[in-house]
Each structure stands twice: as structure tokens, then as C-alpha cells.
Design a protein around this ligand. Structure first.
Ligand code: CDP
Ligand code: CDP
Length: 227
């Protein structure tokens, strides 16, 4: 039997990648791989160890001593760093503010990409990030580039934080997202970019279910192996 496909979902912060990737993966019993969580975990560890985010050799050294695992526990993806559950910690605003500086280093990306490719070797993954369709899985059978306006993405994040009882300021959130978009799109190594063979979905006025349905329709249309 043919190997199961891999599905790549890229796009800017707050476009809905992780939410829809998780749902699509669950429906077809694929493994969801959150590559952003891997960069976030290293960033958290660097902050813990007073390693400057501009210090590429220092970060590489730290990464060598780091075992990052993504484990699905009862439908929730938990992130472990050297066996410590850091699922919550890596979402802090401090990590969010620094992660793009860590992710811009070529040597760090090389290591992360190798780990991510390993996870997708057997097929059967839905992987989300910034460079999945362009660098990590250039041969992924289905590539989605998910977008939404910066205003809509900031509104979504704002509402998400407020619903969790976390204080949030819409304007500074919007500024932070725009800054991260800029850093991620303008870096030299594997910038955030739509792969030439990716299908763009603008989710600005779509619900989560509508986006999931659109991706399911593309899976059906392509008659891909998801069994
Ligand atoms: O969930 P959110 O969109 O806020 O971000 P994320 O997916 O957790 O990714 C956090 C950061 O990691 C991004 O802003 C990028 O700087 C970096 N990243 C990357 O460079 N390449 C990836 N494949 C995934 C994330
Ligand atoms: O992973 P990424 O940063 O691209 O976005 P996300 O974390 O999946 O989604 C950010 C927030 O937007 C979440 O609270 C989602 O529930 C929400 N969302 C939405 O309201 N409508 C969509 N079409 C997609 C996501």
C-alpha cells in the first residue's frame, strides 16, 4: 500500500493553523506536529538559562542538551522539554516576544528541520508552521497557506486571552503580531512564504469549521491516501 500523505499548513500568527491542523488530524487519525512549539520550547529554555537570543552558538549548544517531545495526551498536545511539561510556559508573552529571534538562526533551523522531517518520514502527519511547505516537507502532497488580516488575527488572539481570563490589550497585541510577521517574513533562512504549489485559504471571514471543511474537501478532491 502507498504511504499516507503529509499535510503542510503554513501561515502567519493567529491565522488558525494549530486549531484547524489539530481538527483535521483528529478526523483522519493523523499525527499533529506543532513546529512552532519546538521553537517556543527552545526559546523558553534559553530564557531560563540566560542565553541571549542573538547568541547562535550558545543556542546551538543549548539545543544539543535539549530533548523536545510533542505528546498527545487525551487530545491535548503536551510539550516536554527534558521530561518537564512546558505546555503552558511556552505560551507566555515573554516567549512569544522572543521566539522569532531564536527562529531566525540558520543552525537552529537546520536542527529543528531535521527533527521535523524525522517525524514525517512515515507520512500521516498534519504539520503546521512557517516553512513546512517550502523547507521542511517540500514534497508534502497537500500544502495549505492559511491567512487572515492582521486585524482579524489580533482580534482572535485577544478574544482567546480574554476568554482564559488573561489580561490583553488589542492594540499592543496587533503590534506584536505585525512585528512577528515582519521578522518571520524577512529573515534570511526559510522565511514565512507561500510555497508555489500551496493552496491559499483566506480565513478572515471564515469560521473554524468552514476552514476545516475546505481542507477536507481538498483531501477528498485530491483522492490522497489518508487510510
Ligand atoms: O501560534 P503562533 O502563530 O503564535 O506561533 P507558533 O506557530 O507557535 O510559532 C512561534 C514562532 O516560531 C513563529 O513566530 C516563528 O518565529 C517560529 N516558527 C518558525 O520559524 N518556523 C516554524 N516552522 C514554526 C514556527
Ligand atoms: O496557530 P495559529 O497561530 O495560526 O492560530 P490559532 O492559535 O489556531 O488560532 C488563534 C485563535 O483564533 C484561536 O483562539 C482560534 O479559536 C481562533 N480562530 C477563529 O476564531 N476563527 C478561525 N477561522 C480560526 C481560528
Amino acid at each position: 500500500m502507498n504511504k499516507r500523505i503529509n499535510i503542510a499548513i503554513d501561515g502567519p500568527a493567529g491565522a488558525g493553523k494549530s486549531t484547524v491542523a489539530k481538527m483535521v488530524a483528529e478526523e483522519i487519525s493523523f499525527i499533529y506536529v506543532d513546529t512552532g512549539a519546538m521553537y517556543r520550547a527552545l526559546t523558553w529554555y534559553a530564557l531560563q538559562n540566560d542565553c541571549n537570543v542573538d547568541d547562535e552558538p550558545g543556542l546551538v549548544n543549548l539545543l544539543k542538551k535539549t530533548d523536545i517531545q510533542l505528546i498527545n495526551q487525551g487530545g491535548v498536545l503536551h510539550i516536554y522539554l527534558n521530561k518537564q511539561d512546558v505546555t503552558e510556559e511556552i505560551r507566555s508573552s515573554e516567549v512569544t516576544g522572543q521566539v522569532s529571534y531564536v527562529a531566525k538562526h540558520g543552525e537552529i533551523r537546520k536542527e529543528m528541520v531535521a527533527k521535523q522531517q524525522q517525524l514525517a518520514l512515515a507520512g500521516g502527519t498534519v504539520m503546521d508552521g512557517r516553512d513546512i511547505g517550502t523547507a521542511v516537507l517540500p514534497h508534502a502532497e497537500l500544502k495549505i497557506f492559511l491567512t487572515a488580516t492582521v486585524e482579524e488575527r489580533a482580534t482572535r488572539r485577544h478574544e482567546e486571552l480574554v476568554s482564559k481570563g488573561i489580561k490583553s490589550d488589542y492594540l499592543s497585541l496587533k503590534k506584536q503580531i505585525a512585528q512577528r510577521d515582519k521578522l518571520d517574513s524577512e529573515r534570511e533562512v526559510a522565511p514565512l512564504k507561500k510555497a508555489s504549489d500551496a493552496i491559499e485559504i483566506d480565513s478572515t471571514s471564515m469560521t473554524i469549521n468552514e476552514v476545516v471543511e475546505a481542507i477536507n474537501a481538498l483531501i477528498d478532491k485530491g483522492d490522497y491516501n489518508v487510510e
